[in-house]
Design a protein. Structure first.
Length: 416
């Protein structure tokens, strides 16, 4: 098979329209979900850090900021300091990623997100081929073209929403290309299916993807799926056994990247020192991007399950206990960064936990950095005129509790 199954092929609905429909579902989720409420949780997190780096809490409290009835709540250890968070993320023997069995696993099936140690390393070794430095650099032209086209379209219309029209489609198109979906695939439909926002009660979308997975020629050579299909390791399997991996790659390759791109554009458009810095010191782009990830990491927390009784920062954590690592809080730890609430790309560069650390460090970190650099340079190179040239920006800034990013980033022409 060299064509996309009919259900997933863009026909009367274009790929761009399909992406726009997917973004509408994402925005509806953000607006309705309590865990993405438009409140700034950083003040709360700072108070928690002052009390204790590791605290007994409930998952409901962590996610929503509100306590649930005791009989329905899920006990959890809330890790809020940088040092404690780093220790947990580096120790996969004591803190297992199988914690996702009851959350993401219920949506997408068992994927390498939930695996540890040798099983996890087998998957990472294969997938690394698609995320290596050389492979990522090979995507530069496509990302640059997508970014330029999206920004040019916004400018030509006299304005638009840079989250909906640039950040989301660029991130989604990029990961779809890396996974290996053929041109003309309804990648917006696939994304909303992958994250559970689109009902697939009759399993037709899953069956269509399985059909493609059973046909190696359907996937671009050297793509992630082609690499997985080409391996002979029984731990990975073939065909439909790869379905959870495809869903995970679509979701994690789109959700955090589009949100971090939105925050980066917000920071660039509201802090004019960023453009000034990069015009005099272009290599500083890496510092700008890393600081933006630290300042407002797109995914607030990750989960682990304790595998054996242990002690962390004076707290006795029992085997089987759920542990929530608060990345947003860890990345604003006052003991590591001076005035951590400030976005300051000139500060001394110190690694943050925005991309994780240890065995589960984000596979796509190089890809995310490349996407960010292309968007950043497109903005400062004049893809949109400066505000002083007659443009205005309307944004709510980074908001949300579980996922954080601007929900709107509207630019428009101001009539003279």
């Amino acid at each position: 098979m060299t064509v996309v199954p009919t259900l997933l092929a863009a026909g009367s609905v274009s790929v761009q329209e399909d992406i726009a429909a997917a973004y509408a579902l994402v925005r509806a989720f953000d607006n309705d979900a309590a865990w993405s409420a438009a409140t700034d949780p950083h003040t709360e997190f700072a108070q928690l850090r002052r009390q204790n780096p590791v605290q007994r809490s409930t998952l409901e409290r962590v996610i929503t900021g509100v306590d649930a009835p005791e009989e329905t709540s899920t006990p959890v250890w809330h890790v809020v300091s940088f040092t404690a968070a780093e220790a947990v993320l580096r120790d996969e023997e004591t803190f297992s990623s199988s914690a996702y069995d009851d959350s993401m696993g219920q949506v997408i099936g068992r994927s390498f997100l939930q695996m540890d140690q040798q099983e996890h390393r087998i998957w990472r070794t294969v997938l690394h081929g698609g995320f290596s430095r050389q492979a990522v650099l090979g995507l530069r032209d496509a990302i640059r073209s997508d970014t330029a086209a999206a920004l040019t379209a916004v400018a030509a219309r006299g304005g638009g929403d840079l989250v909906a029209e640039v950040a989301f489609p660029v991130a989604l198109a990029t990961i779809a290309r890396v996974i290996g979906f053929p041109p003309g695939t309804r990648i917006g439909t696939l994304y909303t299916w992958a994250v559970g926002l689109l009902d697939d009660a009759n399993g037709q979308i899953s069956k269509a993807v399985e059909e493609m997975l059973n046909t190696p020629s359907a996937w671009a050579p050297d793509s992630l799926v082609a690499l997985l299909l080409g391996t002979k390791d029984p731990e990975i399997g073939t065909g439909p056994q790869l379905l959870p991996a495809v869903r995970l790659l679509l979701s994690t390759g789109t959700e955090p990247p589009f949100r971090s791109l939105a925050t980066l554009m917000y920071a660039t458009l509201t802090d004019h020192s960023v453009a000034a810095l990069l015009r005099t010191d272009p290599p500083a782009a890496s510092s700008v991007i890393q600081e933006c990830w630290r300042w407002e990491c797109p995914l607030t927390w990750v989960l682990r399950r304790c595998t054996t009784d242990t002690v962390l920062c004076g707290q006795v954590i029992r085997r089987g206990d759920l542990v929530c690592i608060n990345l947003a809080s860890a990345n604003r730890d006052e003991t590591r960064w001076h005035q951590p609430e400030r976005f300051d790309p000139r500060r001394e560069p110190l690694p943050s936990l925005a991309m994780g650390t240890g065995p589960h460090t984000c596979l796509g970190r190089r890809l995310a950095a490349l996407e960010a650099s292309e968007v950043l340079y497109a903005l400062i190179d004049g893809a949109l005129p400066a505000e002083s040239a007659g443009w205005a920006l309307d944004s709510d800034g980074p908001v949300g509790r579980g996922f954080r990013s601007p929900r709107r980033l509207r630019v428009r022409v101001v009539p003279s």
